[in-house]
Structures are given as C-alpha cells and as structure tokens.
Design a protein around this ligand. Structure first.
Ligand code: 5GP
Ligand code: MN
Length: 343
C-alpha cells in the first residue's frame, strides 16, 4: 500500500462509519489481539464498531479487554449476518483468503459489498480487498496494525487497552519473542506498548500459566506418540479423536504441542495431525526452522498455507490415510530437508 492509500483510508475514517472487524476461524492471540486493538482504536475515532468472529476463542484469551463484546457468528448467524450487511467498512485481520472464516461466514461475506481493508502478515494474499496492507516478513498482524496506526499518524491514540491487545498478539505470534520473525523494530514497538500500560508479566501469565491437568496429560500422550524420521530431519505427532476425548479436550489445548517436536536436535520439520471427527477432517500444523517452506508444502499437499516456518492444513481422509499420504510425500523433499538442516 502506498502513501496515497493511507491518505484515502485516513480520509475514509475521518467521519463516523459503521465498521465491522472480522478475523479467522479458530482465532488465536494475534487474531483476537489485533481485532480488539483495532476495535478500541476505532471507538476512539467515534465509529460504530463490532468485531465478528467465526467461532469462539480458547479460554486463555477470554480476559482480553472487551472480548465479551465480540459477536460469535456461528452462535448468532442471523444477527451477525445483519451486522455484516450494514457495514460501510469491513476490516479483515490475520487471514488472507476468505475461506479461512469457514463456509457459512464466507457465504455471508461474499454477499455484502462494503469497502474491505485487509491487514495481515500471511504469504500470498487473495485480492478480495480494496486495500491490502500485508507484509509476510512482519511477525504478527498486531505489529502490522501498529505500523498501520503509525502510517495514519495516530500512535498517540494507543492507550492501555490497545497496548495490551497489541502486546498479546505480538507475544503469541513470536512464540514469546523467540521466532526469527522477531526484529529490533518488534522490540521497539513492544517497549512503546509497555510504556502505554501493557503489563508483560500479567499478559504472559494469562496466556501460559492456565494449564489444566487434562491438558498436561494430553501433552504427555502427544509426546509419547511422537515419531522421528532422522534421515529427513522430521518429527511428527498423531492425536486421535479418542485420545482427545479421553483427556476432555478443550479448544486450544493442543496449542504449541508441535513445537516440542521441532525442538528436537537435528529436526527442522515438525508436524502434528489432529483428528476432528465432528468436522470430519484431520487438522494439520506444520512448523520448520530455516528455509524449508511449510507454507509451500501445505499449499501443495494439504489444502493449507501460512508462513515459511508455520503453516496449517487439513485433510478429509482418515487419520491413518492422512499420515500415510504424508509419509509417501516426504521422500520427495529428502534433499531439500537435508540441505536445509546443513545450513
Ligand atoms: P496453526 O498450525 O497454528 O493452525 O497455523 C499456523 C499458521 O498457518 C497460522 O499463521 C495460520 O493462520 C496459518 N494457517 C493455518 N491453517 C491454515 C489453512 O488452512 N490455510 C491457510 N492459508 N493458512 C493456514
Ligand atoms: Mn498472526
């Protein structure tokens, strides 16, 4: 986006509008952090603002300021569709293809014709928005949103709530500032957010120190199930619906499990396969270190995408069938994996 685009958006936002903010299905810290930060920011500019999320978030995000104001599309299809219908502007945050909101909400979004503004950090955005502000090198949508506010010369509007929401998304999408997407600019932004009232210790506790006994037991099972294929520098974990149910699986419980596989010495490619009988799919998370692109791997073979080092995908085959397909594909990448491990 160029400076003319930012000028047009600033102009557009200079008078009160009906604005809706939408984010992707199964929202994470960056999705809800950016949506709620933008919500508080636009309220300060006197707009009428609603956040519509396709489905609910995990419990560890339920404390975010005004989280309780979010309209959950799948719980209130009629009311939420009406809100989308009446919007002058729809911001889409933390996703780059409409199908990421789920089939039902995608249909609702395809019917309406407001001005779409996309703010995101995933690779290869679809062209559905009038304004697309995307940089795949940036660690999080929350950092993109901070830069967006900066371009609109409105950083002074950042208060404790906005700072808290932005900090949360940056924290979660950088794996607590450890992923290579974290830059000195990220740290400068975070310093500013702390100055404006983001309480780093409290936010970290809210997100990470909320384990349940069942979740740790499920993690134990996941680690027990982990397989390593050393010649491909690859490790993977399988969790069946039976195992999930046995440990009373709640949304968000498997968050971060795949990183244990990636933390193994000499492993640069890690995968977790999670069976979801209700949706009739296997949800897959891919992670890598270095230049092996899981975005490309997932796009090509598992209907997904994301970033170079973190991507998601899905399969409609059985759990067994999905894993065996993966194991059949893997040899095609042997050289790439070995080369990437040597770098
Ligand atoms: P996760 O494995 O945590 O679900 O997702 C990792 C990254 O890939 C996230 O940035 C997420 O937005 C993205 N992602 C997850 N699933 C999909 C998918 O099905 N399609 C695309 N394009 N991106 C995905
Ligand atoms: Mn994100």
């Amino acid at each position: 986006m160029n400076s003319d685009d930012f000028r047009s958006i600033k102009q557009l936002l200079s008078k009160p509008k009906k604005i809706v903010i939408v984010t992707h299905r199964n929202p994470d810290g960056d999705a809800y952090g950016s949506s709620l930060a933008l919500y508080h920011y636009l309220l300060k500019l006197d707009h009428q603002v609603t956040v519509v999320s396709p489905n609910d978030c995990p419990d560890f995000l339920k404390w975010l300021p005004s989280q309780d104001k979010i309209v959950i599309f799948e719980n209130e299809v009629k009311a939420a569709s009406k809100i989308l219908d009446e919007a002058d502007i729809i911001f889409t945050l933390d996703f780059n293809a409409l199908h990421r909101v789920g089939t039902m909400m995608q249909k609702a979004l395809e019917k309406v014709s407001p001005i779409f503004i996309m703010i995101d950090h995933h690779q290869q955005p679809d062209g559905f928005a009038e304004y697309t502000y995307v940089d795949p090198k940036v660690c999080s949508t929350c950092q993109m949103l901070y830069q967006f506010m900066d371009k609109l010369e409105q950083l002074a509007l950042i208060d404790k709530d906005i700072a808290t929401c932005l900090y949360t998304g940056i924290l979660t999408d950088t794996g607590s500032f450890r992923f290579s997407s974290t830059t000195s600019l990220t740290h400068r932004i975070v310093a500013h957010l702390m100055d404006e009232g983001a309480n780093h210790a409290e936010i970290y506790n809210q997100i990470h120190d909320v384990n349940t006994y069942n979740r740790l037991q499920l993690l134990g099972r996941a680690l027990d199930n982990m397989k390593v294929i050393s010649e491909y520098h690859t490790a993977y974990i399988i969790l069946s619906q039976r195992e999930l149910s046995r440990f009373n699986y709640k949304k968000g419980d498997t968050e971060g499990f795949v990183n244990y596989a990636l933390s193994l010495k000499n492993v640069i490619f890690a995968v977790i396969f999670i069976e979801d009988k209700k949706q009739g799919i296997v949800k897959i998370s891919f992670r890598s270190v270095g230049d092996f692109s899981v975005n490309e791997f997932s796009r090509k073979h598992f209907n997904g995408g994301g970033h170079i080092n973190a991507a998601g995908g899905r399969s409609e085959d059985s759990l067994k069938g999905t894993v065996s397909e993966f194991l059949n594909i893997l040899p095609l990448y042997k050289e790439e994996l070995i080369e990437s491990n040597e770098k």
